[in-house]
Write a protein that binds this ligand. Structure first.
Ligand code: BTN
Length: 328
């Protein structure tokens, strides 16, 4: 669909789904949208091609039935309640990596809050140079462009902010016991359900922008993960036992993220620390830290105001700002 018919289709969709119990005659809809019945029919046909379902009764009145499981911008906007996060949406079927695309859009001046999303990534990237497996239409592969007014040293806290907001969304909306494995993994029962990759463009004393890339396993079955990941990964569907509405979940997460991010921008990480510590899967545990070829065994005791993990080894407290941490 193109141009005016596209516009009619989006308006028509929003109108019909708001009153989904009622059927409307095509001429009445044409009158409402100040167009001809033939354009209403064209718009409806286009929506059907996109995967929307409608019911036509024997007098040719039409009623909205259901939406497809797709990440169309207008579908996300239908559920979105944020002020600026996700208010500019770039949605693709396939990209190499949403983080890479978001990075170049940010370099070209895309506004704060821009959401880049794809059904599939062909070279999805994880932390520490790993690949991120992103099966088509199973998960949410997203990147947000953010422009926090902080020096680069304070930005690593953003990964924890995003992971915390995500874990809280999983807990409040799906009643699952989600945890955050410092600094940026979301776990359920020890299995990884989501990962966050934060990338920064900065000068010495000022960040130009930050990309927060989030990969959430949503409707995967165990077989959808590559064999090597099956023992460590899970999805929201596996944990709840039912299919999850991806777009609705995304809108819930973006709202939670926005609220937390606004607080972070105003007051830094400090007021968020009680929430962050409550969700931590590491605090109080013996952990193994890997940095380069060094491995250290220590006890995770706290998270600092800069987001660093504090660990205790013998009588010494160490600040960990990067690397791989696992519970022993
Ligand atoms: C990790 O756990 O190692 C982080 C994984 C981050 C994956 C997401 S998916 C969307 C965005 N685009 C990428 O290429 N990576 C992030």
């Amino acid at each position: 669909m193109r141009g005016r018919v596209d516009e009619i289709a989006i308006g028509l969709l929003s109108f019909l789904r708001k009153s989904r119990e009622r059927s409307y005659a095509i001429p009445k809809l044409a009158e409402k949208f100040s167009t001809r019945p033939r354009f209403i029919n064209q718009a409806l046909r286009g929506l059907v091609v996109w995967g929307y379902k409608f019911e036509f009764d024997n007098t040719s009145k039409v009623r909205f039935v259901s939406a497809p499981d797709s990440i169309f911008p207008h579908e996300i906007e239908h559920y979105l309640k944020t002020k600026f996060i996700g208010r500019n949406i770039i949605s693709h079927f396939s990209v190499p990596s949403t983080n890479s695309l978001a990075f170049s859009l940010a370099e070209d001046g895309a506004p704060e809050g821009t959401l880049v999303i794809a059904e599939k990534q062909t070279s999805g990237r994880g932390r520490l140079g790993r690949r991120w497996h992103s099966s088509p239409k199973k998960g949410l592969w997203t990147s947000l462009i953010l422009k926090p007014p902080f020096p680069p040293a304070e930005l690593p806290g953003l990964s924890i902010v995003a992971a915390t907001a995500l874990a809280e969304t999983i807990i409040s909306k799906l009643e699952l016991d989600a945890k955050v494995k410092w600094p940026n993994d979301c776990l359920i029962d020890g299995y990884k359900v989501a990962g966050i990759l934060t990338e920064i463009s900065a000068e010495l004393d000022k960040a130009n922008f930050v990309i927060v890339g989030t990969g959430i396993n949503i409707n995967h079955t165990t077989k959808d993960f590559p064999p090597a990941f099956r023992r460590r990964a899970t999805s929201l569907k596996i944990e709840t036992g039912g299919r999850i509405d991806r777009v609705r979940f995304l809108a819930d997460f973006l709202l939670e993220f926005e609220k937390t991010y606004i607080q972070f921008k105003r007051h830094g990480l400090k007021p968020l620390l009680p929430r962050i510590k409550k969700l931590s899967s590491l605090l109080g545990k013996q952990v193994r830290l890997k940095k380069g070829n060094k491995t250290i065994l220590a006890k995770a005791v706290d998270i600092g105001v800069d987001g660093a993990l504090l660990v205790r080894r013998r009588k010494e407290t160490l600040r960990v700002t990067a690397g791989e941490v696992t519970v022993v």
